[in-house]
Design a protein around this ligand. Structure first.
Ligand code: CA
Length: 223
């Protein structure tokens, strides 16, 4: 999962970014609405965490513009404001969820994961693709009930494929959502990591569609 964190309070932004990073989330940051607006329109994210009180305007103003322009990213609003009117303005602008400062980092993570899951059309916190189960909250993976150990990068790759399944995901889409903007890999690196995942999950579990990309397949199709 790759999120854009828009927050002008440096200390808070760093603390939250670090906690998200420890949980396996890729985080890119913006400290004003203008920068956030540029990034949202040029980069691929799975969600945005948006502070409302930004130095160059109210966050809800930018959010309203994104929604106007059919940018449908899940947006979790983060703000010190507790007045009902401010929350209402955030939701009216197109927020999907709301956390009031001070907050528990764990709560932000839970809400973020639920938003991303929902944006892919999943309600259950555990994604099941045949015998493969991916827990969106713990990141744990089991195959026919047996735990599978993955590196952080393998886990991000599998998480993206599992959220998207049974859709085919192109290499460029994977590169954008699973790797840092500064470390976007060439397709070779993705192929190598897919090979590693196949060794752990079974070769037939990840199908290569020539010229299109990859997709996770259930057991009926895999056998
Ligand atoms: Ca602020």
């Amino acid at each position: 999962m790759k999120v854009l964190l828009v927050e002008d309070d440096d200390a808070l932004a760093e603390a939250l970014a670090e906690a998200l990073h420890e949980a396996g989330v890729l985080v890119e940051q913006a400290d004003c609405g203008g920068e956030a607006d540029f990034l949202v329109r040029t980069e691929a994210y799975d969600a945005v965490i948006l502070d409302l009180g930004l130095p160059d305007g109210d966050g809800s103003r930018w959010l309203a513009e994104w929604r106007e322009d059919a940018i449908e990213l899940p947006v979790l609003v983060l703000t010190a404001r507790t007045r009902w009117a401010d929350k209402a303005a955030g939701f009216s602008a197109g927020a999907d969820d709301y956390v009031t400062k001070p907050f528990e980092t764990a709560e932000v993570l839970f809400r973020l994961r639920a938003l991303v899951r929902r944006s892919h059309g999943h309600a259950h916190p555990v994604l099941r693709i045949g015998e493969l189960a991916f827990d969106t909250h713990t990141g744990s993976v089991t195959l026919a009930g047996r735990p599978v150990s993955l590196t952080a990068q393998e886990s991000r790759l599998l998480a993206y494929l599992a959220h998207a399944a049974p859709r085919v995901v192109s290499r460029s889409e994977l590169a954008e959502h699973v790797y840092d903007r500064d470390h976007e890999p060439d397709s070779n690196v993705i192929d190598v990591q897919i090979s590693r995942l196949r060794r752990k999950l079974g070769a037939a579990r990840i199908e290569t569609r020539r010229g299109q990309g990859y997709r996770l397949i259930g057991d009926a199709e895999a056998s």
